[in-house]
Write a protein that binds this ligand. Structure first.
Ligand SMILES: Cc1cc2nc3c(=O)[nH]c(=O)nc-3n(C[C@H](O)[C@H](O)[C@H](O)COP(=O)(O)OP(=O)(O)OC[C@H]3O[C@@H](n4cnc5c(N)ncnc54)[C@H](O)[C@@H]3O)c2cc1C
Length: 406
């Protein structure tokens, strides 16, 4: 596969919410493909294609969320507020879950470097929870202060896929060492997520992703570029060893109606279960939640902990008056879960990811720029239904048992 087509595939996979769709796992009593895992059957392309019930009346909710994007990448510096040390840990764009452990490792190291072992974490999203857990594991006593807890945080409205380079920074003007720091964060996170595989509730798993295209992937990629790229960084090459190489599936070896099909495998975050797991770990280690809303940095000075980690995500824009945070809107349509589906599909700017807590269907727009600087967090039912219709039309053309390709 050449570089251009690889990039196209990655972009297509990234269509899942500024997130990639991609999967795989061995299973008891069966071969690797066509096996079962925790009651689910891993789809093999030579099997009859399972029916995806892509119907508008099966949408049980539509959620909208703003990615906290910063052109300069996540903010991880420190500052003093009164006699408090604040370590920032926000601004992860479309990569917050994926980079969470790595970014929070840096924040926690900074927080603990002064010797304080009584830490306050502001925020209970992906970055707040992982900061709190890592600080606890390093021996600190931790209190989380947050306006909202999962499942009411923005992190609970993410696609749930490994997407460490999704809308994470702009190429222009980055410090030369940024790519290296990003890679460190990415590798640290990837390694932490491995310890959440195979657990009850399946907080994390590997799943297959099928990228489907009517035109060669490199042409699709060129079209996306022509649609106007904002110049997001693309670091996939730096970590290509972490995930298996995508595979082109020749006609006749799959049921899909498109001439170009690629399969890749990626980590999937079943966010309901993952958030639950992180919360329970935090409480079991003696952590405390306190509901609190802050309106200005100086509000933090009343907290008893002198060392704080600020993991307020998009909320930092108002709290810290940080206008370097740009909202990048994204919306998910949630279809009733079908546990028998264990894969993701991307086709025509629509991504589908079958999670344990719902089948996520997402319109990604013509390129990663879609939703850029759009602060509208109101769900749009028509947009959700249109995305589901793309999958329904695809299903109509899929070679199912007793049918031939349209
Ligand atoms: C549609 C969509 C799909 C996405 N898909 C993926 C994906 O598949 N993979 C991936 O890695 N990333 C994905 N992302 C990105 C990811 O969701 C974010 O980067 C991540 O959720 C940011 O987490 P956070 O902890 O920084 O912020 P949040 O989840 O927003 O948490 C912020 C916390 O701070 C609290 N808070 C905020 N302001 C205040 C205040 N003033 N006072 C008190 N508390 C406050 C909130 O209550 C909350 O507890 C996606 C984003 C979107 C929009």
């Amino acid at each position: 596969m050449n570089e251009s087509s690889r990039r196209t595939l990655l972009a297509s996979l990234a269509a899942l919410g500024g997130a990639g769709l991609v999967a795989g796992c061995a299973s008891p009593g069966k071969s690797l493909v066509g096996g079962t895992l925790a009651g689910r059957r891993r789809y093999d392309p030579l099997d009859p294609f399972p029916v995806i019930r892509a119907q508008a009346d099966r949408i049980f909710r539509v959620t909208t969320c703003l990615r906290p994007f910063r052109a300069a990448g996540p903010r991880l510096d420190t500052e003093r507020v009164g006699d408090h040390l604040v370590v920032h840990n926000y601004g992860h764009g479309g990569s917050g879950w994926s980079l969470s452990w790595g970014s929070s490792s840096i924040a926690v190291q900074k927080a603990l470097s002064g010797g304080d072992r009584d830490i306050g974490v502001i925020g209970a999203g992906a970055l707040g929870m992982t900061s709190a857990l890592l600080a606890q594991r390093a021996g600190a006593r931790v209190t989380i202060y947050a306006r909202d807890r999962p499942p009411h945080v923005r992190s609970s409205r993410a696609t749930g896929t490994w997407s460490p380079a999704s809308r994470v920074a702009l190429e222009q003007g980055l410090p030369v060492d940024f790519a290296g720091r990003w890679e460190d964060m990415c590798r640290t996170s990837f390694s932490h997520f491995q310890s959440y595989l195979g657990l009850a509730g399946t907080p994390v798993e590997w799943t297959d992703r099928y990228a489907l295209s009517d035109i060669p992937f490199h042409e699709a990629h060129a079209l996306r570029d022509r649609a106007g790229s904002p110049g997001f960084v693309d670091y996939h090459d730096r970590v290509r060893d972490l995930t298996p190489a995508p595979v082109d599936l020749p006609a006749g070896t799959h049921p899909f109606p498109t001439p170009f099909v690629r399969r890749s495998e990626s980590l999937q975050f079943n966010i309901a279960s993952l958030s639950d797991r992180l919360t329970n770990e935090f409480l079991a280690a003696g952590g405390r939640f306190e509901q609190a809303e802050f309106h200005a940095p100086y509000d933090l000075a009343r907290l008893p902990q002198k060392t704080l980690i600020n993991a307020t995500g998009y909320g930092a824009r108002a709290l810290w008056r940080d206008e370097s945070i740009v909202p990048v809107r994204g919306q998910l349509a949630w279809l009733i879960p079908q546990p028998e589906l264990q894969f993701g599909i991307s086709y025509r700017d629509v991504g589908l990811l079958s999670r344990r807590d719902g089948i996520i269907v997402q319109s990604s727009g013509v390129n990663d720029f879609a939703g850029y600087n759009d602060p509208n967090e109101q769900p749009d039912r028509a947009e959700a239904e249109a995305a589901v219709r793309v999958i329904a039309a695809l299903m109509d053309r899929i070679v199912a048992p007793g049918r031939t390709a349209a």
